[in-house]
Design a protein around this ligand. Structure first.
Ligand code: FAD
Length: 373
């Protein structure tokens, strides 16, 4: 890495740490309780240029590599995991434009990705793990396509203005189209009432005969699943980073508590049975970080990264839930209290055992990848 690039990356991380410390971390508990971002907070994310972090300069972005973006989301999730997941959903979608979008589509949409959120939607009411069963249809009409269907559980659904949607053609070929909220026939549906990541709206879009031109297709006819899988891979690296941030937060809460709480005259951190819990949380955080960093480095170097990305999210999500439980036990009664943040960190981490592919699906992929080596 050149000295200039390293300096820019360090500056980004300092900026993210400052933004997190001053703007996000103080609102972490409030976001969980409110079930939303407080008014004006998301605008600050836009004003600080964070939506354009990985966007190439020609579209007005800062052109950081994936490793820098993942590190940034790790720092951000230490203060608030919801906002880091909001950015994860946006970044993984931008990546699909950059990999599969044609020039006309990218020129039309990507300049607005610095101030508008983009989202990727595959899941339908029939299920998310087996997207072959989707019902959304794309029917060719002259030079246009007519899209009809209903997508649910979309990260940033309602907040995002631009959506990539997986659909089937009349010949049952899979395709991905870009639709936006201003198009006739586009409607927002229900927002999910989820357990954790309370700031992130996860919602539905209903598409009633939305007409889009041919160039709104990402990639080619038949590439829909590849694009969906690639979006998962890109998301999983970033979710690994978010999980490392959650683990770091769990560790800090547990350590701080053990320094001030005593068992009679002995600080808790001197008790071997407590030390074991702190060590487990620290090891889980380090392992998750190593996995997401390996995924991001491989992606930046154009090496295969699908398996290690799945490992980062599969390992990291289960580790963060389990570590959160250990941190809760260290704080005991206060850990179980909703006045303390540990319990919401467990709920936040739990989402990532499901979103962007369940642990079961990821472990199937990891094991298939191992047995076919
Ligand atoms: C916070 C959050 C954010 C989300 N964001 C998005 C988003 O941005 N875009 C989007 O499209 N979707 C999103 N989703 C939906 C998510 O992708 C799906 O919930 C997930 O794919 C699982 O689908 P399902 O809930 O329909 O469960 P199902 O697919 O019905 O699975 C039920 C159970 O069966 C298991 N199972 C099913 N099929 C298989 C299989 N073939 N092999 C092994 N096990 C299997 C699953 O692991 C699970 O345990 C989000 C979900 C959450 C919780």
């Amino acid at each position: 890495m050149t000295a200039d690039k390293l300096a820019a990356r360090n500056m980004l991380q300092r900026m993210i740490v400052d933004f997190t410390t001053n703007e996000l971390a103080p609102l972490d508990m409030a976001i969980d309780k409110l079930g939303n971002y407080p008014d004006g907070l998301f605008q600050k994310v836009i004003d600080n240029g964070l939506l354009g972090m990985i966007l190439p300069r020609e579209f007005g972005g800062a052109a950081f590599d994936y490793e820098s973006a993942a590190e940034a989301l790790h720092h951000m999730a230490f203060g608030n995991a919801s906002m880091a997941v909001t950015l994860e959903g946006h970044f993984k979608t931008i990546e699909q434009f950059l990999k599969y979008g044609n020039e006309k589509l990218n020129q039309k949409y990507l300049p607005s990705a610095t101030n508008r959120i983009f989202a990727f939607s595959q899941t339908e009411a029939s299920g998310g793990s087996n997207p072959a069963g989707i019902s959304t249809r794309a029917v060719k009409q002259g030079d246009n396509w007519v899209i009809t269907g209903d997508k649910i559980m979309i990260t940033n659904g309602g907040l995002a203005q631009v959506y990539c949607v997986l659909a089937k053609t009349e010949d049952d070929e899979f395709v991905v189209f870009v639709v936006d909220q201003d198009m006739p026939g586009f409607q927002f549906g229900k927002r999910e009432y989820f357990l954790g990541l309370k700031g992130v709206p996860v919602g539905e879009i209903v598409m009633d005969h939305i007409v889009v031109p041919d160039y709104h297709m990402l990639g080619k006819i038949g590439q829909g699943h590849d694009i969906g899988n690639n979006a998962h891979d890109d998301a999983r690296i970033l979710m690994g980073a978010v999980l490392a941030g959650i683990l770091e937060h769990e560790l800090k809460i547990a350590i701080d508590y053990t320094k001030q709480r005593k068992a009679l005259d002995t600080p808790l951190y001197e008790l071997q049975i407590i030390q074991e819990k702190l060590a487990d949380i620290a090891i889980a955080k380090q392992n998750t970080q190593l996995l997401y960093e390996a995924g991001a480095k491989a992606k930046d170097a154009s090496q295969p990264y699908s398996e290690v990305a799945a490992m980062a999210k599969s390992y990291g999500s289960r580790a963060a839930v389990s570590a959160g439980d250990k941190a809760l036990q260290v704080l005991a009664g206060y850990g179980y209290s909703r006045e303390y943040p540990v319990e919401h960190l467990i709920r936040d981490a739990r989402a990532m055992e499901i979103a962007e592919g369940t642990v079961e699906k990821m472990n199937t992929e990891i094991s298939l990848s191992e047995v076919t080596k």
